[in-house]
Design a protein around this ligand. Structure first.
Ligand code: ZN
Length: 170
């Protein structure tokens, strides 16, 4: 083979190699963009979920239930004013009202039991900090220090280290 042919063959193979590399590079870049796009969408989804969860705090839930109680009461009053023709409707509305009130009661009880509010005055939780205590024989236990807006603070042993300023001890 003449040297010239060998030379051009070499050049051609180098060019095709570089072209292949370039194509591969483009493919990789496109994939990366696709992954970034996917991650962005996931983040947006998570943000949305967080917003929804925030709206479901006990306060928001309690407020929503209280609103429904008000609406039901207004409706009952309106039906009463309309006269006796609505007795059935009034009864069903009153049942609905009782049900909502029971749910609100259950929710209040749940909040009271959950350490989210001061068990004495109902002030909200301001600090909750977990820590580990070590006993004899290398025993350990994870406990929580809890503090409320009213000043009540309870350490990991369940001992009151600071009093609720709204309720006097009996
Ligand atoms: Zn308190």
């Amino acid at each position: 083979m003449p040297t010239e042919v060998i030379f051009y063959t070499q050049v051609a193979s180098i060019i095709s190699f570089i072209t292949a590399l370039f194509v591969l590079y483009r493919v990789l870049v496109q994939q990366k963009d696709a992954v970034i796009q996917l991650l962005k969408e996931r983040i947006a989804e998570k943000d949305e979920q967080i917003t929804i969860l925030k709206a479901q705090t006990p306060d928001a839930l309690a407020a929503a239930l209280a609103d429904r109680i008000k609406i039901a009461q207004d409706e009952i009053a309106r039906l009463r004013n309309d006269g006796d023709s609505h007795i059935k409707e009034i009864e069903s509305k009153e049942e609905e009202l009782a049900e909502i009130q029971a749910r609100l009661g259950a929710l209040s009880e749940l909040i009271r039991q959950s350490d989210l509010v001061c068990p004495k005055c109902g002030d909200p939780l301001t600090r909750r900090q977990g820590y580990t205590i070590y006993g004899n024989d290398d025993q350990e236990a994870d406990v929580e220090f809890i503090e409320y807006e009213c000043g009540l603070a309870i350490d990991g042993n369940g001992k009151e280290v600071s009093r609720c300023r709204h309720v006097q001890p009996t």
